[in-house]
Design a protein around this ligand. Structure first.
Ligand SMILES: [Zn+2]
Length: 275
């Protein structure tokens, strides 16, 4: 069985300490939380950065400090910056790509989020993709909808997203695609048909996190967990940490006899430079 890559989405742009005190906000908290998740089996760190008042920012200096700290504590971990967390901010969203992280998230279409429109106009998508080419950053395509899979395949064919495609299916965002098993199976089938050599992972929001972890692991994909997507352990309990959520996904890998990918295996699967 192919090793399963576990991605930890440590902070996001929405959850606050009030929702769960374990959400890492400061750079030092983020480094500490990532390090524990790395020890538990995470090989990709998906990161947003925050201001001291917990509001989201795209400040390249904060991203640089985070990148440096993670490199020091988890030398081979794959660093993935989010370009998605600040809808409406325009090209500021890609201001940190010149730091050349291994990867960055890239949304290729718009959809609704719980309380707003998640705006990804075509011109901005093309610009972000071209910056990723320029700085040799591998995009992880965030697919919130079936049309986003088709769009990513088109951009892969025409060279705007060169090389092996990596897509994340995100399900269970309120007002976007719910966690629907038939839709999930169709996502997998559609990607296989359009781009046979693509790799994929999946993430579920809130209580759907563990559901999508299990679907993805069982179907041979990779998966993402972490406090960005879900701050609860179960209905009555808060998740204790990012590491605990990674450990829970690693336990599911064991159930399906999927080895958890080491960072160097993950780099090989994704065609990334060695650390
Ligand atoms: Zn994110």
């Amino acid at each position: 069985m192919t090793p399963c890559i576990l991605c930890v989405a440590i902070t996001g742009s929405v959850p606050t300490k009030a929702a769960n005190p374990a959400v890492p906000i400061s750079i030092s908290e983020q480094i500490e939380s990532t390090h524990a998740a790395y020890e538990a089996g995470a090989s990709i760190c998906h990161a947003h950065v925050r201001n001291d008042d917990e509001t989201p920012t795209s400040d390249p200096e904060k991203f640089a400090a985070l990148q440096e700290g993670i490199k020091a504590h988890c030398p081979d971990m794959i660093m993935q910056f989010s370009t998605g967390g600040r809808s409406g901010a325009g090209e500021e969203r890609g201001g940190m790509l010149s730091l050349r992280p291994d990867m960055a998230s890239l949304s290729v279409g718009s959809n609704n989020f719980p309380t707003r429109v998640y705006e990804n106009p075509p011109q901005l998508v093309d610009w972000l993709a071209s910056e990723m080419v320029k700085y040799e950053v591998k995009p992880e395509i965030e697919a919130f909808d079936l049309s986003h899979i088709h769009k990513a395949a088109e951009m892969n064919r025409d060279g705007r997203i060169p090389g092996q495609l990596y897509i994340q299916f995100v399900m269970g965002v309120k007002n976007a695609m719910p966690a629907d098993k038939e839709a999930f199976d169709f996502y997998v089938k559609t990607l296989k048909r359009l781009v046979p050599d693509a790799q994929w992972c999946a993430a579920g929001i809130g209580p759907n996190q563990i559901v999508l972890n299990e679907w993805a692991i069982a179907a041979g994909g990779h998966t993402r967990t972490g406090l960005e997507d879900n701050v609860r352990w179960d209905k009555n309990t808060l998740a204790p940490s990012n590491a605990a959520l990674i450990q829970r996904a690693a336990d599911l890998c064991e159930k399906y006899e999927r080895p958890v990918a080491t960072p160097s295996q993950a780099r090989e699967i994704l065609g990334l430079r060695t650390a």
